[in-house]
Write a protein that binds this ligand. Structure first.
Ligand code: GLN
Length: 566
């Protein structure tokens, strides 16, 4: 059997494109990530790319209530939440080469044109735009030395927006004959009244796909219930395919069960066959398989529950609760709960409910409502909505010994609450709420002030991975078990160094700082004062992985479990 090293020498990178049919939101991202995972089980080095067809250059300027969380990479690129799924499933950190939008592609083409990279040629939408897309996909594969690059084309077949990306995919097939494969993730409705699973929408999706010069090698049929053999044959017959290439992907309790389902359905074998990857050339990564199965097992083991309240602002839009804005936080809580052998029970609490109504009505909820939870988390956020409510919630959990974990805005507000109610600075605030106040416990970073003045909002926050030094003997140092950490950031404001000493003198410990000592990155209360009160300026949830739960989340869950026993 050839070893991996031998294969690598004359390695050909294989490319998979995942496209969506019938409707959006059926889980292309999870399907792509899970496909990546099962290929990893075969010892393949997998990389993933997400294409979002919108014109925004990145996801940073979009409202998370509508578009879901902004996922920040180590290099500071602000991307779609699907990138989080890729990193979590593949258990690796990705770079900006793994993400593109119509905006970022055009920006590159125009920059190349301005710098004479096209050497005086007329630059056309076709072929130059698809060629630039191809360039990036190939580069991502090269940089990662990938055996397989999975590229998910966002949106649904038939939309105007993704035409150029589909054209790039078609050109790739010509450029790399035998090394490119197409997977259609489609939806199969089974309306109760009809009592049958319908395949026609998927047939139409394939027809639409053919208009771009593409046909699926494999169809992953997403549905509420499993697809039977008859439906598979019907799709295979009408779309000129082999029934083994029609994969059933019904709804299941946990997204982490998807890889196992794919293996059962033989997706890995079929994909490898299509791409001419000989199973014998790669060694099954038994460690990876075992780690994953253990994680999945563990995720089902917990009998006891830990109840966590996430006090935020993005919930309740119309009749829907949008938790997508905090997707990584939810996943990070899950991993650490599994790690602590408990089942997470997350409750969304709209912080506005702790505030007076617009006409001075009494708040819908008293802060004591939080008493029932084992732990309380205030995640990141922007703007002024629900801020006073969050501060009231933090005051309550601080005074009533409920484990508290603050993230980003959740740290800034914890510092403000402390300044108001412990130090006695009644009007303590943040620049974000009052840019004129003299009592800015949280203030703007100097370089950020310039950017805001010039209206430079895109990709201009303090973004990506920065290191921080932990204070010896602090809770933070104990939790991390090392003196220096690297965490991902996304913010414009920071605890004001001018107030740092005052806060410290009153008992708020600044246990993590930037290497130059200027920026407070972690605050905590002494364990003698409070069972668990830790807040961080960065976003630890972005680095929490199923196989590598985040230490601060794990410590918070542990403290919450302890609190529940009382
Ligand atoms: N709005 C705050 C800032 O910009 C916090 C950001 C966040 O929570 N991600 O600093």
């Amino acid at each position: 059997m050839a070893t991996k090293k031998q294969v690598k020498k004359n390695k050909t990178t294989k490319y998979i494109f995942v496209v969506g049919g019938v409707m959006s939101g059926v889980g292309k991202g999870v399907a792509s990530s899970s496909l990546g995972k099962v290929l990893q089980f075969h010892g393949l080095n997998v990389s993933a790319i997400k294409i979002d067809p919108y014109v925004n250059v990145d996801a940073g300027t979009m409202n998370p209530t509508e578009h879901g969380e902004v996922f920040v990479l180590d290099d500071g690129y602000e991307t779609d939440q699907d990138m989080g799924n890729y990193e979590r499933f593949l258990n690796k950190s990705l770079t900006r080469d793994s993400y593109m939008t119509t905006g970022s592609v055009y920006q590159k083409v125009i920059a190349d044109e301005r710098s004479m990279k096209y050497k005086g040629k007329c630059v056309d939408v076709v072929p130059h735009v698809p060629l630039s897309i191809i360039d990036q996909i190939e580069r991502a594969g090269r940089l990662e030395n990938a055996d397989v690059v999975i590229t998910e084309i966002g949106g649904t077949l038939g939309e105007y927006q993704n035409i150029l990306f589909l054209e790039a995919a078609r050109m790739m097939k010509v450029r790399h004959p035998g090394d490119v494969s197409f997977i259609l993730v489609s939806y199969l409705p089974a309306p109760q009244k009809i009592g049958e699973m319908k395949t026609k929408p998927t047939q139409y999706a394939v027809r639409t796909m053919s208009q771009s010069g593409l046909l699926p090698d494999i169809i992953i049929g997403r549905s509420e219930i499993a697809m039977d053999a008859k439906r598979k044959e019907k799709i295979a017959f009408s779309c000129s395919m082999d029934a083994r290439d029609v994969i059933s992907a019904p709804d299941i309790d946990s997204i982490y069960d998807v890889p196992e389902n794919f293996m059962k359905e033989g997706l890995d074998t079929r994909v490898m066959e299509k791409l001419n990857i000989k199973k014998s050339s790669y060694k099954t990564n038994t460690v990876a398989v075992k780690e994953w199965t253990n994680f999945v097992k563990k995720s089902k083991n917990g009998k006891k529950e830990v109840s966590i309240a996430v006090v935020g602002k993005y919930f309740d839009t119309g009749d829907f609760v949008l938790s997508d804005a905090y997707l990584s936080v939810i996943e990070a809580i899950k991993y650490s709960a599994y790690h602590n052998n408990v089942k997470p029970n997350i409750t969304w609490v709209n912080s506005k409910h702790f505030e007076d109504g617009p006409k001075g009505e009494k708040p819908q909820l008293k802060p004591a409502y939080l008493k029932q939870f084992d732990g309380v988390l205030v995640p990141g956020g922007f703007g002024s909505t629900g801020i006073e409510g969050k501060i009231r919630a933090i005051k309550y959990v601080r005074e009533n010994n409920i484990p508290y974990f603050g993230i980003c805005y959740g740290m800034q507000l914890a510092a403000i609450e402390f300044a108001r109610n412990v130090v006695g600075i009644q009007d303590a605030t943040t620049y974000e709420l009052d840019s004129q106040s003299k009592k800015q416990i949280v203030t703007i970073l100097p370089d950020q002030l310039e950017k805001m003045k010039s209206g430079d909002y895109g990709g201009s926050m303090r973004l990506g991975a920065y290191t921080a030094e932990l204070e010896k003997g602090s809770l933070a140092a104990k939790i991390y078990g090392k003196p220096t950490i690297s965490e991902r950031h996304r913010h414009r404001y920071e605890i004001n160094p001018d107030f740092a000493d005052t806060l410290t003198e009153h008992g708020l410990r600044i246990s993590g700082v930037s290497p130059d000592g200027r920026l407070p990155e972690i605050i905590e209360l002494d364990s003698k004062t409070h069972p668990f009160f830790v807040a961080v300026q960065f976003h630890p949830e972005l680095q929490a992985r199923p196989l590598d739960p985040h230490p601060v989340f794990s410590a918070f869950i542990k403290a919450s479990v302890k609190n529940s026993k009382k």
